[in-house]
Design a binder for this molecule. Structure first.
Ligand SMILES: *Cc1c(COP(=O)(O)O)cnc(C)c1O
Length: 380
């Protein structure tokens, strides 16, 4: 049997080791901030925004986005029902109410119709999510948001390097956010980034992430009770090295997807991630969608893959189905309304997509996948 094949993981080279070694050796005293500055500048340049702020996580980046854009108690914030809970949890941190909209069946991202139908007088923000590296129709989403006076926070945690009409994912909203968790395409172990073109948002975030102090202000003089959200130099050094290699990281992600595509082309009744002519998808997770009519239980499928040492993951659960939102009125309504979210969640499976994949491993996963399909669905 082949070695264990994990679901996700980074691509670390000598460059990363050198930068982190230099940071831990030299990024102290007057140099304490040097790697953070270089990482932020390189990152902003790559995404095409004026500002970038390094943070301990994407969750904290969403939290600061909401605060700096003035979202607070009683406000409603629209978020797709299908995403990782980190997209939505900060809405609760600021006392606002998450409203779970449905997703589009093809893109798996926020549905325009459901977004429109979810807007009311209390709606103050929308958090479209670039799910699994895809990007929703940002022209339509931004246009609807603008018309209704709603701010846009683009959750590009899974979509570094993806594009929509030639522009980088993360650059579309009033703020964009990224995650550098160990599973993500660019990693710092744990970490995140907030990008924006808005100088007010930028200044407010710098203030809020450092216990309510103005940068360069009087010593120890806090004007508000705020947060401590800073990234360490060692993480920033890792992030800088990865940013300098971003083209090859993204290219490998696309390569892994095309290997899967080739090896699964002969199987009917399944499909993989969609890429519209307007987008460049970076396929953070290559994701298999089973035809719902096959009646295959995805959990059984995942378990049989794992008996072959292959690590798969279920598609995200609809947030409205989780105990975390169990007694919320909004979740109850979403359950009745978000048909597509419940469908794709039931039949979607993430395949091993780590940056340690090569063509041979993809072939092996596809061979096992076909055997498993045959065992649980005699039609194959
Ligand atoms: C990973 C992820 C996050 C959260 O990132 P952290 O850095 O772990 O806070 C947010 N949104 C989405 C869509 C993610 O996949």
């Amino acid at each position: 049997m082949m070695e264990h094949i994990p679901i996700a993981g980074p691509w670390i080279t000598q460059k990363e080791i050198e930068y982190v070694t230099d940071a831990v050796t030299n990024a102290w005293y007057l140099n304490a901030n040097s790697y953070n500055e270089r990482f932020e500048n390189a990152f902003a340049k790559y995404i095409g925004t004026r500002y970038a702020i390094s943070l301990p996580s994407c969750t904290s980046a969403i939290h600061l986005s909401l605060l700096s854009l003035g979202i607070g108690p009683g406000d409603e914030v629209i978020v797709p029902d299908i995403t990782w809970i980190a997209s939505a949890a900060p809405i609760t941190y600021v006392g606002a109410i998450p409203v779970f909209a449905d997703v589009d069946e093809k893109t798996w991202c926020l549905s325009k119709q459901s977004f429109l139908a979810s807007i009311n007088k209390k709606t103050k923000a929308v958090i479209p999510v670039d799910l699994y590296g895809n990007v929703p129709n940002m022209d339509e989403i931004c246009e609807i948001a603008r018309k209704h006076g709603i701010v846009v926070i683009e959750d590009a945690a899974e979509a570094i390097g993806s594009q929509y009409k030639g522009r980088k994912a993360g650059s579309f909203g009033d703020a964009g956010v990224f995650s550098f968790h160990g599973s993500k395409t660019l990693t710092t172990g744990e970490g995140g980034m907030l990008v924006t073109d808005n100088s007010e948002v930028y200044k407010r975030c710098l203030f809020l992430r450092d216990h309510g102090r103005e940068p360069g202000d009087k010593m120890f003089f806090n004007k508000e009770v705020a947060f401590k959200y800073k990234m360490s130099s060692m993480q920033a050094a890792l992030g800088l090295a990865q940013t300098e290699r971003i083209e090859e990281l993204v290219a490998l992600k696309r390569q892994i997807y095309s290997w899967y595509r080739k090896n699964l082309a002969s199987i009917e009744d399944i499909s993989l991630n969609y890429e519209s002519p307007d987008t460049l998808n970076t396929y953070w997770m290559v994701t298999l969608m089973l035809n719902s009519e096959l009646g295959i239980d995805k959990n059984q499928f995942i378990q049989m893959m794992s008996m072959n040492n292959i690590d798969c993951r279920p598609f995200f659960n609809p947030l409205s189905s989780l105990p975390a939102y169990g007694n919320m009125e909004q979740a109850h309504r979403a359950k009745l309304r978000n048909k597509i979210s419940y469908k794709v969640s039931s039949y979607g499976i993430n395949l091993p997509s780590g940056l340690n994949m090569n063509e041979e491993k993809v072939k092996y996963v596809c061979k096992v996948l076909k055997d498993v399909l045959m065992k649980i669905q005699p039609r194959y």
